[in-house]
Ligand binder design. Structure first.
Ligand SMILES: Cc1cc2nc3c(=O)[nH]c(=O)nc-3n(C[C@H](O)[C@H](O)[C@H](O)COP(=O)(O)OP(=O)(O)OC[C@H]3O[C@@H](n4cnc5c(N)ncnc54)[C@H](O)[C@@H]3O)c2cc1C
Length: 619
């Protein structure tokens, strides 16, 4: 260790230090192999006309830009508030380096309500959202979970005839290029996934062994191991598939934009913020957008359609700023009402995350040298901890009823070495817990490894909402997450957590002398650890997010109870659609990036069908 900061005492001819220095220089230079060319920023004239304008280059917007510009004689403008991705976005373990960085993250905070999250700083929950090409697909943890058939059947049964299970499954396959060679040997897995799509799906490069032990423990608990969670309709436990391959994140800009940037009919405006959709007052027809780029203001025109893909927070915000929303709310904010659409910003659903610690005597401490060597390993062959997403590569989906085919609960897992350097950042910065919560856990970690089971409730009844603070587009909207406002959610969450805490009684956890740790918070200290009242108290005070807000421009047939139609057209307005996470009527079973990918693909098909274009396609 002394070698790090002192000159070596042994004499040298110079040959050895030269070899070592040139090796270090070589590895330092290989980091450039991870970076790529910047996407050209389009030169756009005020009042320039396009067939389509897409707002937001995130998961869904990237797909739309690609699929629509594949039609040769359509011109497409994609407008993104953020910039190119930094190198950290490409390295799987470094996504948290973008979080709370206002250049790449919108850095939203939920509104305090005086009841929930009293153990979090400012009594609110940090909601990161990607503000860069690729949007949240560049900030996320890359977990690829499609959802359960019943999720899409529910959408269909609610009157959304374009969204049968078969159509949605077809859209997954259209997007995917599944590349895990070992898994492909199983015909069931091979048949389930697509092989020719733009989005590479694989399995994280490496794991450090302990997750296999936890998989065995979950199996013993009755959450049976399956070979592929998507094939198993997200029931059971197993290794996660990922939008990562060869140690590099497969974001949606990489999958869908990079192959299309050379097209002459696609322009991409970066660092450009859309402040309003332009809509003709009488005919209620969208015809363009207002944009601000640095100090310049533009009006840009769309002859066919404007498509909003700004995500579950910004899409409803933009609709409201443009006069589409609840009459009372818009008037209160001084916005003239074009369409009274009461559900804009309502129906907000999210998956909560409740991390609870199980302590054990393994894994032991990890030396600095090991960690540094792993970084070199990444530069050498894209393996090591940097090639993974920093949470364990396994997931559990389970229900109260053992024979259920629809999961109620999900668990992610963080395994932290003894004395982990990552723990304080995770708890104090990402989850934003107050020091009173963080310090005792950090102290316990000096002696014990931690298995954080990050529990989430898959189908909450509670609904939150997004509303405007003012008519200034730069004012962040208010986010009321309303976690546990429906008491059924609290009862259900407690049941799910208690099913999982029993893991301490499985063979592996017994072998490492595991025990459930208390999360310390004064209001909860009066309750017995692992009692229902204890968990209720912990949930109310500490449940944060696993970053899956959806539903705020929900689709449905009735303009009074939904915002867009089954073809994703905004009710009451011509030539305007919303296509992103916000259109989900109900949240899916699991992580939302894959379902939003299917939404992007299906949405693009609906646009193309509606314009009945039969032309030669770009290759
Ligand atoms: C930290 C984090 C971890 C996650 N982990 C996972 C995971 O592991 N697996 C998973 O499946 N899901 C995960 N998710 C969720 C998943 O990434 C999202 O559901 C999905 O990316 C949403 O896609 P979208 O197209 O709706 O929105 P986004 O991808 O967020 O795209 C919206 C885009 O619109 C832009 N925009 C917004 N407003 C404007 C405007 N007015 N003008 C111009 N541009 C604008 C934004 O900058 C952004 O680029 C995670 C999300 C986060 C934030």
């Amino acid at each position: 260790m002394q070698c790090y900061n002192s000159t070596c005492l042994t004499p040298s001819t110079g040959a050895a230090p030269q070899i070592f220095a040139s090796a270090l220089q070589f590895f330092a230079a290989t980091q450039c192999l991870v970076s790529e060319k910047r996407v050209p920023d389009a030169d756009v004239r005020n009042l320039e006309k396009f067939d389509f304008i897409v707002v937001g280059a995130g998961t869904a917007g990237s797909i739309l830009a690609n699929r629509l510009s594949a039609v040769n004689n359509w011109s497409v403008l994609l407008i993104e508030a953020g910039d190119d991705e930094p190198v950290e976005a490409k390295i799987p373990a470094l996504n948290s380096a973008l979080m709370k960085n206002k250049y790449y993250d919108w850095f939203y905070q939920t509104a305090p309500n005086g009841r929930n999250n009293l153990a979090n700083k400012n009594e609110s929950v940090f909601w990161p959202r990607g503000k860069l090409l690729g949007g949240s697909s560049n900030l996320n943890a890359m977990i690829y979970i499609q959802g359960n058939d019943a999720d899409f059947k529910n959408w269909y049964d609610a009157g959304n005839k374009e969204w049968s299970v078969e159509e949605v499954r077809r859209c997954f396959r259209k997007a995917e290029s599944f590349q895990d060679m070992k898994a492909l040997e199983n015909p069931e897995i091979s048949n389930h996934y697509g092989h020719d799509g733009p989005l590479v799906i694989n399995t994280f490069n490496g794991t450090f062994g302990y997750s296999e032990m936890v998989l065995c423990a979950w199996d013993e608990l009755g959450i049976k191991n399956v070979e592929d969670l998507n094939v198993a309709n997200v029931m059971g436990s197993g290794i996660m598939r990922a939008t990562a391959a060869g140690g590099i994140r497969q974001s949606h800009n990489r999958a869908y934009l990079y192959p299309a940037v050379h097209r002459k009919n696609l322009k991409i405006m970066k660092n450009s913020f859309v402040t309003k959709i332009l809509i003709k007052n009488l005919s209620k027809t969208a015809y363009g957008v207002e944009v601000r780029k640095k100090s310049r203001k533009y009006k840009l025109l769309a002859t066919k359609e404007v498509i909003i893909s700004a995500g579950a927070i910004n899409s409803p915000q933009l609709l409201m700023l443009s006069g589409i929303g609840s009459r009372e709310h818009l008037r209160a904010k001084g916005i003239s009402v074009l369409v009274d659409s009461p559900m804009v910003g309502q129906n907000l659903q999210d998956h909560i995350l409740l991390p609870f610690p199980i302590y054990g005597n393994e894994p032991g401490e990890r030396g600095v040298a090991d960690e540094q060597f792993d970084a070199i390993r990444y530069l050498y062959n894209r393996t090591g901890y940097l090639a993974e997403n920093r949470i364990a590569n396994i997931l559990a989906f389970y229900s109260e009823n053992k024979n259920a085919t629809y999961p109620d609960f999900q668990s992610h897992l963080h395994i932290l070495w003894k004395n982990s350097s990552a723990l304080r950042n995770l708890l104090g910065n990402i989850y934003s817990y107050k020091d009173q919560v963080v310090n005792p856990i950090v102290k316990m970690n000096q002696k014990h490894a931690i298995y954080f089971h990050a529990f989430n409730l898959l189908h909450p009844f509670s609904r939150g909402n997004i509303s405007l603070v003012s008519n200034d587009p730069y004012d962040y909207p208010l986010i009321h997450n309303n976690y546990f406002s429906d008491p059924r959610d609290l009862e259900s969450a407690v049941t799910g957590i208690k099913m999982l805490t029993r893991v301490v009684d499985t063979s592996y956890f017994r072998s490492i002398k595991a025990f459930l740790g208390r999360m310390e918070w004064p209001a909860c200290d009066v309750y017995e650890l692992d009692s229902r009242d204890y968990w209720k108290c912990i949930c109310i005070n500490m449940a944060v997010t696993i970053y899956h807000p959806v539903g705020t421009c929900m689709m449905g047939p009735d303009p009074q109870t939904s915002v867009v139609s089954s073809r994703l057209k905004v009710h009451g307005v011509n030539n305007l659609r919303v296509i992103d996470a916000s259109i989900m009527p109900t949240i899916t079973s699991g992580n939302t990036n894959a379902p939003v990918t299917a939404i992007g693909e299906r949405g693009a098909e609906l646009v193309i069908e509606d314009h009945m274009i039969v032309t030669s396609m770009n290759t």
